[in-house]
Design a protein around this ligand. Structure first.
Ligand code: NDP
Length: 451
């Protein structure tokens, strides 16, 4: 049977574009459909604009720091309009890069929505049908908001990059990555920031000592974090939004941002009618080769709700191409993924939390928390954390958790050693880089806990 294409990719985000490009480089005939902007969540409404906002927000503390280092400079004000224009120009540029990558590799693009009408057949929004030997679903995810009275008054992270003006004050609901990152960003940009989280500590699932320190530092920087608190109802009160919360509290805010999780984008794609099974959240169910129950259909990235991170989607896309177009069956590796959370202070983490490691085996914990040189000279109180979780039996470092400026950069490098199976003694053998914050990671001699 002859097909229009060897591969049809649905979704032009990080995973889909990478898979399309590398498949095309093997000589395959590849097409890709995207209904929105190329680059997906990461480039258009996620990692990239978020990180640029982190950079913008961090300048607020730098003027006071510079003054304490002897600079005679005055603090100015943040101009959201100027930043926003530049931000969107940069996103336009990056979208152009993504389109360019596809074009220069000979991938045929369709700027429209696609749904499946068969195991080898895709239907575009204009009604045309395209057949392909393989179909790759890479449609990502979208933010979801809880159902409660007045929810239409809230916004999600998708809207935050398009605000006409920055609010004077904001309530952020949620305690995950997005909520905690935007609390730091908006506070740094001068917005009076309150965060409600329904649980007992933000960033559930991460190492407890790490979560506690980040929350403490966020509070001491001036973010009003309310734990064990959730929104029950919202209504308009003049130009403000009146928010009722669990416990009976009532407060007014200019904006309410819900960062209450994300859902895979599988609605309206007719996946189940062609036999692709979906999980409870609507995620495409795949095996370790990213293959669905329909042999010709694969899925990568957030639409599969495995590890929802851009570099993981890219790896899954690469493994798919290696398996299908290079004849080398390759599983996507989800073990020991280093990651950063751009809270302020930042977190870099890899491997098991102390709590999870202790459930698995006997461990030693090495940790130190201190005010680094840069802050202590300028009179700022912020503390950092360097922590290693070590297996008593194998001596391997099972987890490394860093809270510090630049923790994301640090954990990328520690990640190589941990992925190679480095032991505590390998860390000890490495000479410290002095004077740095991260030198502590190789100089901690005595465990603080043995469990
Ligand atoms: P998360 O799943 O990380 O967090 C969702 C938060 O919302 C949790 O605190 C959750 O509480 C809370 N929540 C869920 N439902 C409700 C509800 N009905 N009412 C109140 N609170 C609720 O999702 P995010 O949206 O923050 O991020 C999505 C994913 O995007 C992340 O998991 C991550 O994979 C990725 N991401 C990665 C980043 C990075 O690498 N730096 C940055 C941003 C996103 P509870 O804990 O009680 O369930």
């Amino acid at each position: 049977m002859s097909f229009d294409y060897d591969l049809f990719v649905v979704g032009g985000g990080s995973g889909g574009v990478r898979a399309a490009r590398v498949a095309a480089q093997t000589g395959a005939r590849v097409a890709l459909a995207e209904e929105d902007r190329y680059g997906g969540t990461c480039v258009i409404r996620g990692c990239v604009p978020k990180k640029l906002m982190v950079f913008a927000s961090e300048y607020s503390g730098m003027v006071a720091d510079a003054q304490s280092y002897g600079w005679d400079i005055e603090s100015g004000s943040f101009k959201w309009g100027a930043f926003k224009n530049k931000l969107h120009a940069e996103l336009d540029r990056l979208e152009g890069v993504y389109r360019g990558i596809l074009k220069s590799n000979g991938v045929q693009t369709y700027d429209q929505r696609a749904k499946l009408v068969g195991a080898h057949l895709v239907q575009l929004a204009d009604g045309t049908e395209k057949s392909a030997k393989h179909i790759l679903l890479a449609t990502g995810g979208r933010p979801v908001m809880p159902e409660l009275p007045g929810i239409e008054l809230g916004i999600t992270s998708d809207e935050i990059f398009h605000l006409e003006k920055l609010p004077d004050d904001i309530l952020i609901v949620g305690g995950g990555y997005i909520a905690s990152e935007f609390a730091g960003i908006l506070h740094g940009l001068g917005v009076k920031t309150t965060q409600y989280y329904r649980g007992s500590q933000i960033l559930r699932g991460f190492d407890n000592e790490t979560r506690n320190l980040v929350c403490e530092e966020m509070c001491s920087s001036g973010i009003d974090v309310h734990l064990g608190t959730n929104v029950t109802e919202m209504r308009k009160e003049g130009r403000k939004i009146l928010v009722n919360s669990t416990g009976g509290g009532e407060c007014c805010f200019d904006q309410v941002l819900f960062a209450t999780g994300r859902r895979p984008n599988t609605d309206g794609m007719a996946l189940e009618t062609v036999g692709v099974a979906l999980g409870r959240k609507g995620e495409v169910l795949v095996d370790e080769y990213s293959q669905t129950g329909v042999p010709s259909i694969y899925a990568v990235g957030d639409v599969t709700d495995r590890v929802n991170l851009t570099p993981v989607a890219i790896r899954e896309g690469m493994a798919f191409v290696e398996t299908i177009f290079r004849g080398n069956p390759t599983r996507a590796d989800h073990e020991l993924i280093p990651t950063a959370i751009f809270t302020q202070p930042e977190i870099g983490t890899i491997g098991l939390s102390e709590e999870d490691a202790a459930k698995q085996e006997k461990i030693e914990v090495y940790a130190t928390s201190f005010t680094p040189m840069h802050q202590s000279f300028s009179g700022r109180s912020g503390r950092v954390l360097m922590k290693l979780v070590v297996s008593q039996k194998t001596r391997k470092v099972l987890g490394c958790h860093i809270v510090a400026p630049g923790a994301g950069e640090m954990i990328q490098l520690v990640g190589v050693a941990v992925k190679m199976g480095a032991t505590k003694e390998d860390f000890d053998r490495t000479v410290a880089v002095h004077p740095t914050m991260s030198e502590e990671i190789v100089t901690m001699k005595t465990p603080v806990r043995i469990t």
